[in-house]
Design a protein around this ligand. Structure first.
Ligand code: DP6
Length: 363
């Protein structure tokens, strides 16, 4: 079992003056939700997600040694233009990972980042954004320490991404990723995400996720505040236990392909997440009227047509519609006919399970 100290490097065999890397990292959608955390970004319960394919952040990291290694130095660009309001988050991330990446202060960085999904779509870019940055930092570390194994590279990238944003640790690898200690899942850890260890049933091959953009506005309550409200929450302990139980059940489902039970667990997790928000003090609601319209329409369609389609929700109003590839045509027709009217500007994004982060440029 790895511990935090395994990620503190001892020495480096190489030096490097300058270079550039580009990594893409995908977004992910949780099936069992992470909601509630302890100190140092340790999750209150284990979670599992599908890694996505199309919704990605692409980040280029350019670095050059500098004279004074006393502080962090970086420029931040979004779509090629300076973006000052992202800087404090990156500064905080660098501070959190400093002990694990002592080389960072030796360089000046330019971080140039963009998303493949529409700007202000209400899709959180923190998971893919932090994962893409962590992958780039690990490429730099690997240049300093070429003996590093691929396993260590991925685990440390996920470990660093977690310190940026919890769910980001599930965006390093594909296709199904578990984060958080769970007694039934070999290798699972609170410190980083791991690929689901056993074979996944073919019913889930190329599983589809169509994201309906219900509300593209800024959320009234951030995830960070929401996680915090799980401290002293009246149902916290039962909820954390339920997540363990649901992950045990989902593990069996991912192996045996039982879509009926899959739907039951996934929809219950989504509604429980929002129930936790509604029963926090202060309480809040992130769903919108159209979120409920969509959920009801999915239930009706599933019952009438006997098609295994279900929904899940993030910490927002948008709805992720999950379904097997073999019913794609029918479900897309249903979305066109009955659901686009509930989307802001009729917008939705078609995605599917993906393979994880990818190195695009290495020099
Ligand atoms: C509802 O990972 O965004 O999407 O760790 O504070 O950055 P921080 O929170 P974040 O929380 C995501 C919560 C969720 C469920 C999930 O992805 O598991």
């Amino acid at each position: 079992m790895r511990t935090e100290t395994d990620f503190i490097p001892k020495s480096f065999s190489k030096t490097i003056e300058s270079g550039t890397f580009t990594w893409s990292a995908p977004s992910n959608i949780a099936l069992v939700k992470y909601w509630g955390k302890k100190a140092n970004q340790i999750p209150a319960n284990p979670s599992v997600s599908f890694t996505l394919n199309t919704c990605k952040t692409i980040t280029t990291l350019t670095f050059q040694t500098k004279a004074n290694p006393d502080s962090f130095s970086f420029d931040l660009l979004f779509e090629g233009k300076p973006k000052e309001d992202f800087k404090p988050k990156i500064q905080k991330f660098f501070e959190r990972i400093a002990v694990y990446c002592p080389y960072l202060k030796q360089y000046h960085f330019t971080i140039d980042t963009r998303n493949t999904f529409p700007h202000s779509s209400g899709i959180a870019s923190s998971a893919s954004g932090m994962a893409a940055l962590a992958m780039n930092i690990m490429s730099l570390e690997k240049a300093l320490n070429p003996e590093m194994t691929e396993d260590y590279f991925n685990q440390k990238a996920s470990f660093l991404a977690r310190l940026g944003s919890g769910s980001a640790c599930r965006s390093v690898k594909g296709k199904v990723v578990v984060w958080g200690n769970h007694k039934g899942i070999t290798g699972s850890s609170d410190l980083f995400g791991v690929e689901f260890p056993t074979a996944i049933h073919s019913n889930f091959s190329n599983y589809q996720d169509t994201i309906l953009l219900v509300d593209k506005g800024e959320k009234q309550v951030s995830s960070t505040v929401g996680h915090d409200l799980m401290h002293n929450h009246p149902y916290a302990e039962q909820r954390f236990q339920q997540a363990h139980d649901n992950l045990s059940k989902l593990k069996t489902v991912l192996e045996n392909g039982d879509l009926e039970t899959f739907i039951e667990i996934v929809e219950s997790e989504a509604l429980t997440l929002h129930a936790m928000m509604m029963t926090s003090m202060p309480y809040f609601i992130l769903m919108k009227p159209n979120t409920l319209e969509i959920i009801n329409a999915i239930w009706k369609f599933r019952k009438n047509h006997n098609i295994p389609v279900c929904f899940t929700l993030d910490a927002g109003a948008n709805v992720h519609i999950l379904y097997p590839e073999n019913v794609r045509v029918q479900v897309l027709q249903f979305i066109q006919d009955e659901l686009v009217g509930y989307c802001e500007n009729a917008q939705y994004i078609c995605d599917a399970i993906g393979k994880g982060s990818q190195l695009m440029i290495d020099n």
